[in-house]
Design a protein around this ligand. Sequence first.
Ligand SMILES: Cc1cc2nc3c(=O)[nH]c(=O)nc-3n(C[C@H](O)[C@H](O)[C@H](O)COP(=O)(O)OP(=O)(O)OC[C@H]3O[C@@H](n4cnc5c(N)ncnc54)[C@H](O)[C@@H]3O)c2cc1C
Length: 382
Amino acid sequence: MDVVVVGGGIVGVSSAYYLAERGADVTLLEKASLGSGSTDRAAGGIRAQFSTTVSIELSKRSIEVWERFEEDFHTDIEYRRPGYMYVARTGSTADRLREAIPFQNDHGVESEFLSPEEAVEYVPGLRTDSYVGTAYCPTDGFADPHLGLQGFSRAATGVGAEIRTGVEVTDLEAEDGGVSVGTTDGTYDPEYVVVAAGSWSPKVAGMAGVDLPVSPRRRQAMVVDPESPVPESNPLVTDLDAGCYFRPERDGKALVGGHFDEADPEQDPDRYRTSTDLDWTVEAIEEVSGVADYFGPASEIVRGWAGLYAVTPDHHPIIEESRPGLVVATGFSGHGFMQSPATGQVVAELVLDGEARTVDVSALRADRFERGEALSETYFSA
Ligand SMILES: Cc1cc2nc3c(=O)[nH]c(=O)nc-3n(C[C@H](O)[C@H](O)[C@H](O)COP(=O)(O)OP(=O)(O)OC[C@H]3O[C@@H](n4cnc5c(N)ncnc54)[C@H](O)[C@@H]3O)c2cc1C
């Protein structure tokens, strides 16, 4: 089976690996360099704390791969698992977190509801007076997205995939008679094409007349050297009411992110501002200093950047065979790194078996919005 994968982000390289590992003849086309889209701009968070079955399952099956990544892919992705903690300032946010926990536990996710006083055991700097409750899952964590990308791409070439960078897909046709992929360096006529082009997916799928409700939204992050070090054992902490998060980086530093502006305009993925805004930096520091006491006035900004979330109306991805021969895996919002291993497996199954077995992704079809079957998630990505 000849397959062309469009996009050399984490979703594309994972899909290329699982397809080639199962014997497909895979060519991955990336218009720039591997990871140059959103993947190299991700915070690396890996969690199973969600409130929909399909998100939990995509994460759980992915975590099984991340856990064994070093042995299986011979790449140390610096996977650390101090957990994820969601902190709630209001009773209604706390209620939403509390209500999701039995559902998560039923799905094998070891989350628990903790009082702010109990949460201090894990987040020593937590400003307990600001919070009414927290949700904590000790098996969540984070890893380095670029190392994950490298591991998958090396493994993909190791099982025969061809990875071509600097080759842009400029034309795509998928009719019942077959698939044709026009590029800046020749034309391909594979049996299948996989559109894994992140924020560019609507443009790429649109070439074949497939309309994807995916919209690029800008998100900023930075590394901070805080006044007092963030312990390595500190979980990734997300304040759902303030819209910010932080996690330990190396040497006591912190990776800080969040979104505070009501306005969240759609971006042109080829022309958005990739550095941080000064007012965002000030607000982000203010917000995280309200979460935990590590971020006093002597904190220093080490570096910052902006990237894109490829967002769908319900913040869940679209994974489907949109047309015979055209599979789409996109719109992962803030979850595309963590869920990429299971997504790659599912993509390989859609192409080679005609249906997904690893995770039931029928809830992720693009027409769910027209059918009034959009999903609903409690645990937002800030
Ligand atoms: C600040 C920030 C923090 C984040 N934190 C997390 C996190 O903690 N955990 C998590 O799981 N996710 C996180 N994410 C989200 C994560 O980065 C994305 O979900 C993930 O990288 C999506 O991967 P992808 O392969 O779908 O897309 P991308 O990485 O964007 O890759 C798409 C690729 O397609 C290529 N392409 C586009 N058009 C063409 C074409 N015509 N021809 C050939 N190639 C083309 C692009 O050049 C690009 O390399 C974060 C994102 C941001 C911005």
